[in-house]
Design a binder for this molecule. Structure first.
Ligand SMILES: Nc1ncnc2c1ncn2[C@@H]1O[C@H](COP(=O)(O)OP(=O)(O)OP(=O)(O)O)[C@@H](O)[C@H]1O
Ligand SMILES: [Mg+2]
Length: 378
């Protein structure tokens, strides 16, 4: 560090002997200030430090509480825990909650101390840069979502004008229009209706995060039963046979779980082959998640298309072959991810398909693990 500014160290330790030892280890390139009470740390931090070295046992605070208090005060200043060998467990806990390193008083020497400080400073720089990038990403994501919402919402109005004047024209000039003109108006109307569907799909997609409800216990068996009632006519028309294993109660957004199961089951009914649809719904419990599966005996798909179908408006067939806009699985994927889960398909062309999705059993909010943190904290 020759030619550069000195590294400013704040040592929080109440033992004068230990403090002196640290001072002796950190000579030329370092300046060391010492405070010996937790109560003095906040005031001292008004000065800018490069690193904070912390003894966990102080006269006014003991053990992990000391680390927690200092970590909350230290902001961007990296913290190294300096402790006695008997506090090994505590040191590990501090590391997993943001400490940059821990050093044992019994074994410390100048080389280890200097290296630990330098690493802590460098690592901390990376962490801070990462935080800036994450904040920027979150901001631009929110902006994009807002843009999609506003754009699609505002497109609805002029579109409504186009289609309503077209039908007005059709009605008013019913007897004056020749068949060709009527046919053209019909095409234009069809285009308009299709555009309305697409706009509604984009709106639904952009609302998954912004208008999602708080998670609460959801009985997935009841959800599937409601979905089957909605799909009753298609089930009767196709003579589908649907079997369902007992399903669990999970922590989720109920109306979004309805959307997920409805999209997947509707697909299983729609993309059936020459035989009548046979659909089996089941679930299994893993370590941190439930896995649900919907297996069908339909037309199946190539493995090479297995990822593509979860993208917006990506379909493997024309609308003449099978109706739809291609939003169902994209929407489903976004909802599943909001619940901390994944979705995938296992299939071969002509051999049916099984769709799997997981729902996390951990505390999740909009796709992020909360780990007991309050929703108000970043
Ligand atoms: N069970 C299935 N078997 C075979 N192919 C499927 C199955 N489910 C989906 N696919 C393929 O994935 C594509 C995308 O599905 P998705 O649900 O997103 O759209 P869609 O059903 O075509 O339209 P929408 O759901 O918007 O009405 C489908 O067009 C189809 O090609
Ligand atoms: Mg679909």
């Amino acid at each position: 560090m020759q030619g550069r500014q000195k590294v400013e160290v704040l040592l929080v330790d109440d033992d004068p002997g230990d403090s002196e030892l640290v001072r002796q280890m950190l000579t030329d390139d370092f300046t060391v200030d010492v405070v010996n009470h937790l109560a003095s740390v906040m005031g001292q931090l008004k000065q800018r430090y490069d690193v904070l070295i912390l003894d966990l046992n102080l006269p006014d605070s003991q053990g992990y509480d000391t680390f927690e208090a200092v970590e909350n005060m230290s902001g961007e200043v990296p913290v190294i825990v300096l402790t006695s060998n008997s506090d090994r467990k505590l040191a590990m806990k501090a590391m997993s909650h943001g400490a940059q390193d821990y050093l044992f008083k019994e074994t410390i020497n100048a080389e280890v101390m200097v290296r630990s400080i330098r690493y802590a400073i460098e690592r901390n720089k990376l962490v801070q840069e990462q935080k800036v990038i994450t904040r920027e990403l979150q901001r631009s994501n929110a902006e994009l979502q807002q843009f999609v919402y506003v754009a699609s919402h505002d497109l609805q109005e002029p579109l409504r004008m186009v289609t309503s004047y077209l039908s007005l024209m059709e009605r008013t000039f019913k007897h004056q229009l020749d068949p060709k003109a009527k046919e053209y108006i019909d095409y234009a109307m069809e285009g308009g209706n299709r555009m309305r569907e697409l706009i509604n799909d984009v709106l639904a997609y952009s609302r998954v995060d912004t208008q999602g409800k708080k998670f609460a216990p959801v009985d997935m068996g009841a959800v599937v039963a409601k979905v089957l009632a909605i799909l009753r006519i298609t089930i009767e028309d196709t003579k589908a046979e649907i079997t369902i294993d007992p399903l669990p109660t999970i922590n989720a957004d109920e109306s979004q779980m309805m959307q997920v199961t409805q999209n997947i089951i509707a697909n299983a009914l729609k993309f059936h082959g020459p035989d009548r649809p046979m659909i089996h719904i089941s679930s299994s419990q893993g370590d941190k998640e439930w896995t649900f599966s919907v297996k069908d005996n339909g037309i199946g798909l190539d493995t090479s298309d297995a990822e593509k179908i979860f993208q917006m408006f990506q379909r493997l067939h024309s609308r003449e072959e099978y109706p739809g806009t291609g939003i169902g699985l994209a929407l489903t994927k976004k909802i599943v991810e909001r619940h901390g889960g994944r979705i995938w398909v296992e299939s071969r062309k002509g051999e049916g398909a099984t769709f799997f999705f997981t729902i996390s059993t951990e505390e999740i909010w909009n796709g992020k693990r909360m780990n007991g943190k309050s929703l108000l904290r970043p």
